[in-house]
Ligand binder design. Sequence first.
Ligand code: AKG
Length: 270
Amino acid sequence: MARPSTYFDTLPPEAISDELTPLVQELGLTENCRQLAMEGWTVVENAADEQFNNQLREQILQDAKEGGARMLLARDPVYAQAVLNPKLMALAEFSVGRGHLISQVAASVRRKDEPMLGLHADHNWLPAPFPEHNMLLTACWACDEYTKENGATQVIPGSANLRRHPDADEVETMAGAVPIECSAGSIAVWDGNIWHSSGERTAEGERVVCHITYTRLMMRQVEDYREHDERLIEQHGAPMAGLLGHNDGLFSNNGFDYSKIVETFNNAKR
Ligand SMILES: O=C(O)CCC(=O)C(=O)O
């Protein structure tokens, strides 16, 4: 069998590969790709029908009774359907490359007057300046209409091009923030660069969202030592535990361990 030949070129972040172009065109995503690459965010309308959106919403309400839920891919097939949605998969290939991985499938139910999440860039895992090519793509499936009053995610237009984290003042003031407004069943998608936060909900009721993150293949470890972890740590102690990823918030069978979020993101910046 002939071996596939190696690519020697790579594409600029805004270029859609020749292989992906027909699919992007068929799915009507050309403008979404441009916005994502140039502005850091976009909205995919009508990603699925109303019935699917309602099913996803109902499932999230069951799974996120405390306001949030993680590791949802393993919970119910509706999440796999969301993650594998053809429009999302095509955008993920465009933004974080062919061979991209699923990183997180979580959900949130936000009610009136709950505190905002706080301004951040999802490239929290990286020191600045952020690379030109996106590393991490977040898709928020808005099961309810996204409006300012409903607590839509807010973004700072132009921030994606700064390729750095917001500083303390910028986090405090959120100057220039605008809500992403879209109909129920739309998906708000953004790259790792853009500064964003959940908005404060001032309306009654709840905002139900499925949060899906895809990541570039390069973030995965080349060698998988999971079968040998225990022995290696027993023999070599704490530094080995760190190298094998046992000390950060990612080491959890239950989704990200948010009690370690500050320490994990601080480590990633030093
Ligand atoms: O819940 C939101 O509106 C924003 C969520 C968010 O910041 C994220 O998923 O990175």
